[in-house]
Design a protein around this ligand. Sequence first.
Ligand code: NAG
Ligand code: NAG
Ligand code: NAG
Ligand code: NAG
Length: 502
Amino acid sequence: MKVWTSLSLLLGSQVAAAPPKCPSYTDYSADPHEPYSLGKYRIPSMRPPLECRTFTNPTVERIIRNANSVITDPDWRQLFANIFPNTLDTTVAWHDSNDTEPYTFLVTGDITAQWIRDSANQVLPYIPYTDRDNDLARLVLGLINMQAEQLVGYPFGNAFQPPSRSGLTPADNGIAVDLVVDPPFDNKTVFEAKFELDSFASFFQVSTAYWRATGDFQFMYSKSWSNAMAKVLATIQRLQEPTFTNKHQFVRPLLQYSRLTYSATETQFGGGIGNPVRYTGMAKTLFRPSDDATTFPFLVPANAFLSVELSNLNYMLSTIGVYSEQAEQAKRLASEIRQGVFQYGTTLHPKYGRVFAYETDGFGSALVMDDANGPALLSLPYLGFVNASDPIYQSTRRMILSPDDNPWYFTGPYINGIGSPHTGFLKVWPMAVAMRGMTSDNKTEIKECLDQLKASTSGLGLMHESVSIYKPAEYTRSWFAWCNSLVSQFVLDAINKFPGII
Ligand SMILES: *[C@@H]1O[C@H](CO)[C@@H](O)[C@H](O)[C@H]1NC(C)=O
Ligand SMILES: *[C@@H]1O[C@H](CO)[C@@H](O)[C@H](O)[C@H]1NC(C)=O
Ligand SMILES: *[C@@H]1O[C@H](CO)[C@@H](O)[C@H](O)[C@H]1NC(C)=O
Ligand SMILES: *[C@@H]1O[C@H](CO)[C@@H](O)[C@H](O)[C@H]1NC(C)=O
């Protein structure tokens, strides 16, 4: 990994100029470091040495101290102190803290590339504190500016290379030879060209959440933000198009992605255009938030998330009184998509009755499952699409948390939860365990989720991408910033709802 060595080139005010002796965090996170907590799991201290942290911030340190004064479990005290600052400690690969237009490039963890969805989720736990900390606010604002620039350049990318002005070396995506992608992309700026609908929702989510927290809306006047917003809205409209007109004429699709591969989830049906769809109001996507191909193009949780964020966008634009045409467009799309989800995104299950499907096509086909990666069906109340008490959500939840009825739910001796075709059978994603807890009001269930997460780190004191249900030592990704941020949110939420729970 080149992150650490390249950091020495950086001059931003809070970004540490990492001396070359700083270890690669990919290596650092794969070994435990002293001191250990005094609890059952002996959780190690996984924050990099102070001089190797990529962004330091007093507000974040204060939140860690405050949390540690109310958490009594020594393992959780150490674990929270590791995971809450992980994005700041390790992933701020580049930050231009310019007063008028800051930029922030946040790596996902063990790959020097920025995912739109991951980076939004990485900063979500810090956004509530941006109103009282200008440095933290500029870090998030920098991310919004960076995402806008990326989406204007190529709206169909899921992950992007560092901008050339950062001086960082682009990551090798090494798959260019056998790839057929339309519209074409430049691999110097785009790391991966998989179109994932939730990337659009994430861009709006971080923009509107930042505005709500700080009241700052200057970013909306930048050329790249306004162009990105308009381009994304126009694209969503095109993605609602059916595959055939009423007269059964083929409608040329907007996107194509196919490649030569042994893995079915790395390419798309129909020579790269995806399975056919009818008009439903929902928008198509070629890939899921796991970066796996969709089976049917209407990915229901991604559409649900998008409809929520389009409403939020409409609210922000109309409150400020700017871009009235786009505000109206966002409102209309939000409502068409929401209606589409309820009309064409559910299915009648023999055991559970009406449930949300994971994917549909408008012809009546439905894929019944849930994947750990958010947006997922499990996360619908967290995303703000329905209340947790919604009857269709409750039936869906019982179904996807059942090993008999969700093919990707697994139960083992120390962890039970949802996994993903991305990592294969008998692996649970800690991310889905946290999401289960965050969408529950049941103290026992929440405590079980916390206990399972604590048991999942295989003595490494950080959240993994996935763990074997038999032993946490069989895991994927020792450095996965998104999950560290998400579990931090869960912990803060849980100790707020049930003081003394850990
Ligand atoms: C900040 O960025 C603006 C616009 O790119 C530029 O004109 C200005 O010189 C920069 N300011 C500093 C202090 O670097
Ligand atoms: C971009 O693609 C070219 C071949 O098309 C390849 O030689 C090069 O290594 C790729 N660059 C990166 C950063 O992956
Ligand atoms: C959740 O319930 C509240 C109170 O009944 C209601 O005001 C709100 O609109 C509901 N939210 C959603 C997303 O349905
Ligand atoms: C709360 O969760 C526990 C553990 O998952 C479960 O056994 C119990 O039935 C739940 N209680 C309610 C009221 O749903």
